[in-house]
Design a protein around this ligand. Sequence first.
Ligand SMILES: *Cc1c(COP(=O)(O)O)cnc(C)c1O
Length: 356
Amino acid sequence: MIIEKIDKSRFTPEIFNIQSFGTAFADHMLVCSYKDGKWGEPIIKPYGKLEFTPAMSVAHYGQGIFEGMKAYKGSEGDVFLFRPEKNFERMNKSAVRLDMPEIPEEIFMEGLKALVDLDRQWVPDIYGMSLYLRPVMFATEEAITARSANEYLFVILTAVAPNYYNKPLSVKVADRYSRAANGGVGYAKAAGNYAGSFYPTHIAREEGYDQVIWTDDATHTLIEEAGTMNVMVRIGDKLLTAPTSERILNGVTRDSMIELAKSSGIDIEVRKITVEEVYNAHKSGELKEVFGVGTAVVVNNYVAVGYGDERLELPDLPLEESYGKSLKKKLVDLQMGISEDPFGWRIKVEEKLVEA
Ligand SMILES: *Cc1c(COP(=O)(O)O)cnc(C)c1O
């Protein structure tokens, strides 16, 4: 690994006041290129622009994948990653599906830890805040030939992530558009999945909603994901989430929430959820919560679900009564090193991993 340190850090404590996500990039980034059938040496260098040709194939054919994870700072100043091996494994699953080269574990893991260690002052020591880590890989070959590229770049960027308060978001159940289909790339974190979801989201906004609840593409009768997150539904005192599939992305937050729910004595069931049962549960007053779960926002309890022309309002339960809010607190406490970690999910980033 080659380390080129920045001359003068851009860090100021005011950066932790940011409200928006994904714009305050830390001092360094990791880049590693793939060429002639092999990965080169990873380089950590100052974050900045790179040069590309407009013929680079990702711009034409969308061969691009990414990951999203976070680094947290505990009260003692220790910096932690959360289940990073899950993101590593998923990135390579995405790579296989998009016919891209897999990333060696040491480049991903050692690169990630060295980068976070170098920029550890950018990890906020403020409850609920973190440094968001964005590994991304895309085809850089100068060729507009419609085939898998021969050259790629793997980059890890990091950006200060604000504390997301539970924004009063509402969601519209998709009855026309789909995010994913069987046999497709819905289970991969492929850039194009997002591109395809923007227009349906735009339409939902025009109808007065913030995000889309994605349903199965064939019948639009099953509730599968919400926005860019997995989704959980609480009917009575039972928490439900759909099993992962070719259409449903295997979220690390979803998996962690299932484990936390089990260990908290919450009755959680992983099974298909129909739009009809959610609608009926609302009519009978049994629909208590619908929330999205994902790394960026952690948990977002929705205030309303749109179904056809109806707007189903949801109660705003206090933390002690809400599964979504109480599990979110449990998860963030664990991630920040406040509570015990019986699962072994927290990975400490050792200091001075690399001599620069
Ligand atoms: C990334 C992502 C999620 C959430 O995954 P986490 O690992 O929990 O961040 C859920 N659905 C989709 C479509 C995603 O891209």
